[in-house]
Design a protein. Structure first.
Length: 317
């Protein structure tokens, strides 16, 4: 109306023009959001297909794992928690390698702790069944097994990002590059408490640093999935609180996740690794327990796993 007074234009004409502009904006918003709301009949065919795929053992709702009772939702975030030295890094490496070697799924292990060379040797040792760490004598048969395992690893879409001290933003840049170049949709990050500080506030406050990093990873995962039209999965190793040293795995609870309120919030799946009553620390093969305390797409509960220390490999019992 001010415009009409200043220009001598018809007030109703200006009002009509303004209403038209608002309707254009509204229509633009509606066009942008088209398809977000659907009738249930549009969704049920895909739901029934998913149910049938589960029955037939062909479901892609979960990423493939080498363990019978470990079901990690594809397109979500999973947390594998344990105290230091309990095999959480080996668990992530075993998972990433299995997806790449056994299922030809491009997978990347993002290491914030160990070197890429050390992880590659662990992968070779576990794949071959030959102890190589600190070994000074290797038999001819073992060397042949190592070469055969090496070929399988070389032929698999298995990538290792060596990023000690990297910030969340730096890791995200590398994950985006690996996704674009190699088609990787699953990233195993070891381990979240080692993420680097992006500023002075984060350097002074570890909880803030971890929470900010997890928020950035969560946003990145969702946006990348939307842009590429396929699910993106993050599997994080996380350190549990010292109180877990006094507990068996079946006694561990969500409150033991160390130094972050975001770990529980973003996770579809949370699992603790730890000792059980059968664990004998001096054994070469440790009988351990895994305790799934959160699972949006499946069961919770505990079960036994075996950890082969010499070849850093987790197997079913």
């Amino acid at each position: 109306m001010i415009q009409a007074g200043e220009s001598g234009a018809d007030g109703m004409g200006v009002l009509s023009s303004a209403i038209g502009s608002l309707e254009s904006v509204r229509d633009g918003h509606e066009t942008a959001s088209a398809g977000k709301t659907k009738h249930v009949k549009e969704l049920l065919p895909a739901v029934l297909d998913d149910i049938q795929a589960r029955i037939d053992g062909e479901s892609r709702e979960w990423i493939p794992t080498p363990w019978r009772w470990v079901n990690i939702t594809r397109g979500g975030a999973a947390i594998i928690a344990a105290r230091p030295g309990k095999g959480k890094s080996a668990f992530l490496e075993n998972l990433a390698k299995h997806m790449a070697v056994a299922h030809n799924e491009p997978t990347c292990m993002v290491s914030l702790e160990m070197s890429d060379k050390m992880l590659a040797e662990r992968a070779l040792s576990g794949e071959s069944g030959v102890q190589t760490m600190s070994a000074t004598v290797i038999t001819k048969g073992e060397m042949e097994a190592l070469r055969a395992a090496g070929k399988r690893l070389c032929d698999a879409p298995f990538y290792i990002a060596d990023m000690p001290g990297a910030t969340a933003d730096e890791v995200i840049v590398e994950m985006r590059r690996i996704h674009r170049k190699h088609g990787v949709h699953t990233f195993c990050i070891d381990y979240i408490q080692d993420i680097g500080s992006a500023n002075n506030d984060e350097a002074k406050n570890p909880k803030l640093r971890i929470d900010n990093a997890l928020t950035k990873f969560d946003v990145f995962r969702k946006r990348l999935a939307k842009s590429c039209g396929a699910p993106i999965t993050h599997v994080f190793a996380a350190q549990s609180d010292r109180e877990a040293d006094k507990l068996t795995a079946r006694e561990m609870r969500m409150s033991l996740l160390s130094g972050s309120s975001q770990l529980e919030k973003i996770a579809f799946h949370v699992m603790f690794l730890g000792p059980c009553e059968k664990t004998v620390p001096t054994d070469d093969v440790l009988v351990m327990e895994a305790n799934v305390v959160k699972n949006r797409m499946g069961n919770t509960g505990y079960f036994e796993l075996a950890f082969h220390k010499k070849i850093t490999k987790w197997t079913d019992v």
